[in-house]
Design a protein. Sequence first.
Length: 294
Amino acid sequence: MNESHANTSRSITEDTVEMSTDEKYLFDLLGFVVVRDVLSKEHLSIANAAIDAQALTRSPEYFHDSNALKGENSSTRLSANKNLMELSSPSCDPFREMLAHPKTIPHLNTILGEGWRLDHGPGLIAMDKGCSGGLLHGNFDNAPYFYREGKIFTGLCVIEYLLADEGPGDGGVCVVPGSHKANLTCPDKMLKWEQYQEYVTEIHAKAGDAIIFTEACTHGTLPWTADHQRRAVLYKYNTGHMSWGGGGLHGPLPAYWDELTAPQQAALLLPTHHSRRPKPSNGYKGLAEIKDSV
Ligand SMILES: O=C(O)CCC(=O)C(=O)O
């Protein structure tokens, strides 16, 4: 792959660099793919040092009333309290590279098509030994999955860069392979990991690897049991075709920018997003519905 030609979040070259045929097969079959050795040793070490230097904040619990996903102690997930791409250099460097990494751009080109963009992130998930997992979920209205005329079509997709190994029995990210094509609702007991555990697969990968999955694939977090701290940084992407024309702003902010009202600026700047996403103005309504339904 010619890495200088790989950056095609817009169509800027004639050659769209795509992921390999084998990876495409695996992603279509399973709903996820692991890309090995994405981060350089240097960036891995800078990224971990940047996290070490942070006072991490506790995240809400995501296991709800699942007995199986409850960890051995009361430690909760930790996350960064700053946008990792906004740290001072060199701490920000690995996190900025991950945003459009030459080694995973081909995957986004294939899975989402050129014009893909960040939907949200980067989000850190750090878990200490004994930390609880999170309910399985997937197949929601922002992440359909289908294959037509030689192309993958899906919505929200995750690139999860591992800053620490996730090995057999450690817990961490898990999936129900193939569930991105499921037609029926996943049983509640399976979402809670209380039944059918044999169909839920832990993904094993090393620090520096990238795990890529579509949110259509049922996935979640198993309680963390390893002695070392789990560290994963998640970037979530979506398709560009939610907008036909590419938006009203091209290039730098226009000279009249400061003369615009906040709603006018938002009309130019806001990314396409789900209007009913759980948020303060609707009392996090969707979250309550999700919680009540499992
Ligand atoms: O990495 C994990 O623990 C799972 C993350 C997750 O559930 C998500 O991104 O929706």
